[in-house]
Design a protein around this ligand. Structure first.
Ligand code: SAM
Length: 295
């Protein structure tokens, strides 16, 4: 039996080890916040949606706990290359691993691979390139220039793990049957039903006037997007879905999610190019299903 078939057979099986886990480092990755989110997740729900998936830390954590067994799962993001990488790992993990194993941690080589044109590569080779650049580029950032070209410089690491084959295979198992979509977060309104769990982890509202938004994709995410997100959240709450959202603890967020339960938790931002913004910051976890009052 091929490994790919094995992956399908063992699909959705809970792994006793701490695998699968996020296979990329992602700005705003939710490593530390995950236990706070798990504590607040409902015991019972129908389908699961994560419309700002990034590294999908909560998806993997719920999967490891067996909470997603037999459920429909929808993961989506506006970053096309990211979504395609997940799809390649789901559908052809052995080929991705084969390509990934050819990469090496070396400065000149990094810039050579960075210059490859993704659109000219096979899906698996493109996925391996993305993972390689993420593991060896500066701070695991994803940043593209105005022409959509990845432009993160080489990163300094001691022996970075480029290919964690064991985890990639476990990730592939977890992704069997998962619907992956390249789309903006509002599309969740088309699918989410009463009693579905939805986790929103948008780019942060800046904590100070000088702090800039991190560019997660070629499109930025401004306060208008944040307002649309607050509307989507309210609509979903009225529909009876179980929505959780994390964002920075700012007056703006507090005000726009005023009707809902808000818990302050401390989290460390895992990827930030500025050292002064890496310290612990207050985060808010907003929960629709313990709403004080939903109008
Ligand atoms: C804070 S990160 C999510 C981190 C993720 N929870 C994790 O564990 O790594 C935000 C994500 O939102 C995505 N994004 C930005 N604007 C979006 C939009 N309008 N719709 C959907 N996703 C968007 C970015 O590409 C990025 O992956």
């Amino acid at each position: 039996m091929t490994r790919q078939k094995q992956a399908t057979r063992t699909s959705r099986k809970t792994n006793a080890e701490s695998l699968p886990k996020p296979f990329i480092k992602w700005a705003g990755g939710k490593g530390q916040l995950v236990s706070e989110l798990l504590d607040r997740a409902p015991a019972d729900f129908d389908s699961y949606h994560e419309p700002f998936m990034g590294g999908a830390a909560l998806f993997f954590a719920l999967y490891r706990q067996g909470k997603l067994n037999g459920k429909k799962i929808f993961l989506s993001d506006i970053n096309q290359e990211l979504v395609d990488t997940y799809a390649s790992i789901r559908d052809r993990v052995e080929t991705v691993i084969r390509h990934l194993r050819k990469h090496k941690y070396e400065k000149d080589y990094y810039y050579e691979v960075r210059a490859w044109k993704p659109e000219k590569l096979t899906e698996a080779k493109r996925a391996a390139r993305m993972i390689f650049l993420n593991r060896t580029g500066f701070n695991g950032l994803y940043r593209v220039n105005s022409k959509g070209k990845f432009n993160v410089p080489f990163g300094r690491y001691v022996n970075p793990t480029i290919c964690d084959a064991k985890n990639l295979r476990a990730v592939s198992c977890a992704l069997q049957g998962v619907k992956l979509k390249h789309e903006s977060f509002e599309k969740v309104l088309k699918r989410a039903k009463k009693n579905d769990l939805i986790y929103f982890d948008p780019p942060y509202v800046p904590v100070s006037k000088t702090a800039k938004f991190v560019s997660y994709a070629s499109q930025g995410f401004d306060l208008e997007d944040q307002s649309r997100l607050a509307d989507v959240f309210s609509k979903l709450a009225r529909r009876g879905t179980l929505a959780i959202l994390s964002n920075s603890e700012t007056p703006w967020v507090k005000k726009h999610f005023e009707p809902f339960k808000q818990d302050r938790v401390l989290a460390r931002r895992s990827v930030n190019s500025r050292k002064d913004r890496r310290g612990p910051v207050g985060e808010l976890v907003v929960i629709s299903y313990s709403a004080k009052e939903v109008s």
